[in-house]
Design a binder for this molecule. Structure first.
Ligand SMILES: [Zn+2]
Length: 255
């Protein structure tokens, strides 16, 4: 039995368990399958997509933009709706530089910790707050990577592709890796979608974490060049015909 058929069987079993379990397990199993497909797609096409979540940070994001400009690479940002109006100029700068902006919700609600109605409202409000930069069917990155059936179906109806990642940089982990370790992982995996965070930290080790984000992004872009990877926005990867065939396109977000 392949992983795909195992996951399909598990999803069907979860659906049979009843509303509660199915609401959480089915989207999670679909996520595992889609991440696996995305990883294979990135490796096959030799692609690096950098993604930055939870911003924009008025300190960090402009510095991330400098790193990207120096390397000539384009990336994807998933800001939070509630931070949009106070940092509209930063979002404008992201868009003006040719980067892609998706939605990460209004208040970063963990889909499994709140009632479905609250999660749905948060997604809709997030898109509304970001409407100047994100189309109604723009990419959606689930906060904490968590979806339920209602939120997954809402996004499917909206036509918004789920923007998973294949390589977590660890920049928010208690035990951060070194930038070199992240770079080595990219080399081992032969490409991928990297999760980084461009919000401004307010914690004692904020400077170290900001430096980690900038150094890791710089190293990954340099390594991509030496590996001859194509650096592109996540949406560019998902818009390929190959992504469509792998069930990663917006219309097939839940298949
Ligand atoms: Zn986040």
């Amino acid at each position: 039995m392949t992983l795909a058929s195992t996951i399909t069987a598990l999803a069907a079993a979860a659906a049979l368990l009843g509303g509660g379990a199915a609401a959480y397990l089915s989207p999670h199993l679909v996520k595992l399958l889609q991440v696996r497909r995305l990883r294979a797609l990135c490796r096959r096409r030799g692609v690096l997509a950098l993604t930055f979540d939870d911003g924009p940070g008025t300190y960090l994001t402009p510095r991330v933009l400098d790193v990207l400009a120096r390397a000539g690479g384009r990336a994807t940002f998933f800001p939070l709706g509630h931070q949009a109006s106070a940092a509209a100029h930063v979002l404008d700068a992201i868009a003006a530089a040719g980067h892609e902006i998706g939605c990460h919700g209004q208040h970063h609600l963990h889909g499994w910790h709140v009632l479905p109605g609250a999660a749905l409202r948060d997604i809709a409000t997030g898109y509304a707050s970001l409407a100047r930069w994100v189309p109604p069917d723009g990419l959606f990155r689930p906060p904490c990577g968590k979806l339920t059936l209602p939120t997954a179906w809402h996004l499917r109806r909206r036509g918004a592709a789920l923007a998973w990642w294949t390589l977590d940089s660890g920049d928010t982990h208690d035990d951060m890796p070194t930038p070199q370790q992240v770079e080595d992982r990219l080399a081992r995996e032969g490409g991928g979608v990297v999760l980084l965070h461009d919000f401004d930290r307010q914690r004692p080790d904020a400077d170290a974490r900001h430096a980690f984000v900038l150094e890791t992004a710089e190293r990954l872009l340099r390594r991509a060049r030496s590996m001859r990877l194509t650096v592109c926005r996540l949406g560019d990867v998902l818009r390929t015909g190959e992504a469509h065939g792998a069930g990663l396109s917006p219309a097939e977000a839940l298949r």
